[in-house]
Design a protein around this ligand. Structure first.
Ligand code: FA5
Length: 357
């Protein structure tokens, strides 16, 4: 602004600025104007009654006749273009301020922000690891893409063993595209038993939550991918009674004292003896319904004493160490806890279901 103010007044009387000089000074000052107040000063300096431009227009009559027309035309042209530039600049400054004001309409009703939440499976895993944590178990995790060696061989299930049929497997293709490789999507969390025992010495007390995959048909209690929580305890002198005590305590903590628990003999190649644990069906209270397939019970886990061959496979002496292991279905636990009657809800991504937890 100062250039405009300086160029008007007393100096001008001595050496009037040319139209071109006025134009350069005016446009330079306009470019840096940052507020409407400054624009007003600019208007007074460059277009006002005492401005250089007005002086030029006023002095036209005293110019030689030959110059009058040209100077008059260029001065009028400059006035018009400065007025236009001022209008544009005013608009620009108002626009910048206006966009903030427009963005805030205080009369609009507030927009509700949807809060995210933990998936019911995650919540259940946390409840389970807390319950076992309170009993002295640590938490570990392992790979979902697993070697055949850990998923089967280390667990006493060699190739061609009929027990492999119990776990319908998604195999990864071999790198040359010719048939399957020796990698798979783990069918259970039990491979972590071998991985952990290979790395650590007893005593071991660990639970391992994780996703499993099975190439099988789905129904209300079977998904093709689901979570398990594996448990492993190995030390000198661990007995079947320790396992039962631990699992009853887990059931009491998670389901309360009123749910019934059933242990039955079961077979898994990596435990001996093996057991299956079930909880009475929440839907029919043990009477038998479509969910529990008329049995009155919902199976939640397999368990047993770690097989001596499994201990030997990882370099433990089964004469010195014993242990128990279990593997439970996390969604099955959540179903029992919350009365959910279809396991497929967990991975369906339906917010109406998920937002209830
Ligand atoms: C096993 O997977 C063994 N690894 C468990 C085990 C661990 C036994 C350690 C002994 C020692 P099973 O296939 O029964 O066992 O699965 C264990 C639990 O996973 C089941 O009781 C059930 O709760 C859950 N489960 C199994 N298949 C599915 C499925 N398709 N959908 C949802 N949950 C399942």
């Amino acid at each position: 602004m100062s250039s405009g103010t300086e160029s008007s007044g007393a100096d001008t009387a001595n050496s009037p600025l040319s139209v071109e000089e006025i134009k350069v000074a005016a446009l330079a000052a306009l470019t840096v104007a940052g507020s409407e107040a400054v624009l007003d000063e600019w208007r007074v300096s460059y277009l006002g009654r005492k401005s250089d431009l007005t002086n030029v227009l006023r002095s036209i009559s005293s110019l030689p006749a030959d110059d009058r027309k040209a100077v008059g035309a260029s001065a009028n042209l400059l006035r018009a273009s400065l007025e236009e530039a001022l209008a544009e600049k005013t608009q620009e400054l108002r626009g910048a301020a206006g966009s903030v004001a427009d963005a805030l309409d205080v009369t609009l009703p507030g927009r509700r922000r949807r809060r995210g939440g933990l998936h019911p499976t995650t919540q259940t895993i946390r409840e389970l690891t807390d319950a076992f944590g309170a009993m002295g178990f640590q938490v570990a995790e392992g790979p979902e893409v697993e070697w055949e060696r850990y998923n089967f061989d280390a667990l006493n299930i060699p190739a061609e063993h009929p027990a492999r049929d119990s776990w319908d497997t998604f195999w990864l293709e071999s790198p040359d595209g010719e048939g399957r490789s020796d990698m798979l999507l783990r069918t259970h969390t039990s491979p972590m038993q071998a991985r952990i025992m290979e790395k650590a010495d007893p005593p071991i007390r660990v639970v391992i939550p994780g996703r499993c995959f099975r190439y099988e048909a789905t129904d209300a209690t079977h998904e093709w991918h689901f979570f398990q929580l594996e448990g492993l305890a190995v030390d000198k002198g661990i007995t079947f009674a320790d396992m039962k005590g631990t699992l009853f305590e887990f059931a009491r903590r998670i389901f309360g004292p009123d749910r019934k628990v059933r242990f039955r003999v079961d077979f898994f190649p990596f435990v001996e003896p093996g057991a299956e644990m079930a909880i009475d069906c929440f839907k029919c209270n043990g009477q038998g319904c479509s969910l529990c397939k008329g049995t009155g019970w919902i199976e939640i886990m397999g368990a047993g004493m770690v097989h001596p061959s499994v201990l030997r496979n990882v370099g433990y002496d089964p004469e010195v160490y014993t242990g128990f292991a279990f593997g439970m279905g996390v969604e099955r636990i959540a179903m029992l806890r919350h009365g959910i009657d279809d396991v497929r809800q967990f991975a369906a991504g339906d917010l109406r279901f998920l937002s209830q937890f």
